[in-house]
Design a protein. Structure first.
Length: 334
């Protein structure tokens, strides 16, 4: 029995040692941040790892704000972001000597959705969205009938991103005219899948998140068209789609999304290789996961920006920036 036990210990030690060697041989790239950008980065990571078995890419979803906190402390190599970086996040990175390269990877439309069982809300105006979501609505606007005459006198159940989400920042800036200005009495999560399940399970539910999450769950959600009320497009209510986002008729809820790469991390061969792969294959993979790819010239410009290690943000560290069209983004990046 003692001999068997000693043999077992020896084999266990050998296996443990080999496992440690395998783990040590694997190079690790740490990514965290936006749940909106997550499907893109995850798709890129899966394809990249097929060709680079010795490199592991870990992708988290702590929200844009949560990701920037980790990134600014030097805990991650790359930060997924559904809005440009804010000044307080720039300051944190500077405190820790973290330089960064801002790279646009796709364009996205924010989808306003209701349950597939909702038979009355086919479109909403920007003014109605503000009436629903502004801070003064908390505890006051609680029924659908308060939004528009003719809507049913039933409870309004709201779902939306948490305060660490870049989608939250962008939506509140676009709809309530101030980033972070929102009622607080709603079900919040940085995980868009939680919001999908919440809205789809409530006949009276309403929520918002990235368009790709609607595309993946359109069997149980209904898309709500948005009327910007300014007659910018002259077409009335517009639903988000690849076409309406690319031609800029879906406003004001369309935006570029990004990855931010640490300059220090980019010195590592595996990180540089991953970013190169990301920007080279993003056009194809972005579309596959339900987002709007940038023009090829934009990805080439981003790759040149990365290779030249051009640091900082072209958005002036102001965070959510409304009304940035694809052509505007290209001009800024030049």
């Amino acid at each position: 029995m003692k001999k068997f036990l000693n043999l077992f210990i020896a084999i266990s030690a050998l296996i443990g040692g080999l496992s440690g060697q395998v783990f040590a041989a694997s190079k690790l790239i740490k990514v965290d941040g936006s749940s909106t950008v997550f499907p893109i980065t995850e798709a890129v990571a899966e394809e990249f790892q097929k060709e680079n078995s010795g490199i592991k890419v870990m992708v988290g979803i702590s929200g844009t704000g949560g990701g920037f906190k980790r990134f600014g402390r030097g805990e991650t190599d790359i930060s997924d972001a559904s809005r440009p970086i804010k000044q307080k996040e720039v300051d944190l990175a500077r405190e820790n000597n973290i330089e960064y390269i801002e790279l646009p990877v796709a364009y996205d439309g924010l989808a306003v959705v209701v349950s597939s069982r909702n038979t009355w809300a086919d479109h909403l105006t920007v003014k109605e969205l503000k009436k629903i979501w502004e801070p003064d609505a908390q505890g006051a606007v609680t029924k659908w009938s308060q939004i528009r005459a003719g809507f049913p006198d039933t409870e309004l159940r709201l779902y939306g991103p948490g305060t660490d989400s870049g989608t939250f920042d962008y939506f509140t800036e676009a709809i309530c005219a101030k980033s972070g200005a929102s009622r607080g009495d709603y079900t919040a999560s940085e995980d868009d899948n939680v919001l999908v399940e919440g809205v789809s399970s409530e006949a009276n539910g309403l929520g918002y998140f990235g368009l790709a999450y609607y595309e993946q769950n359109k069997d149980k959600l209904k898309l709500v068209a948005i009327d910007d009320e300014n007659d910018v497009n002259g077409r009335g209510p517009i639903a988000p789609s690849m076409e309406t986002v690319m031609d800029s008729t879906y406003q004001p809820l369309a935006r570029p999304i990004f990855i931010y790469v640490s300059v220090q991390a980019a010195q590592k061969e595996e990180v540089a290789k991953f970013v190169d792969f990301y920007l080279t294959h993003a056009g194809q993979l972005v579309k596959e996961v339900g987002y709007i790819p940038l023009p090829d010239t934009a990805y080439q410009a981003a790759l040149e920006r990365f290779n030249a290690r051009i640091t900082g943000s072209v958005f002036g560290s102001k965070g959510a920036t409304i009304g940035v069209k694809i052509e505007d983004l290209l001009k800024r990046k030049k």
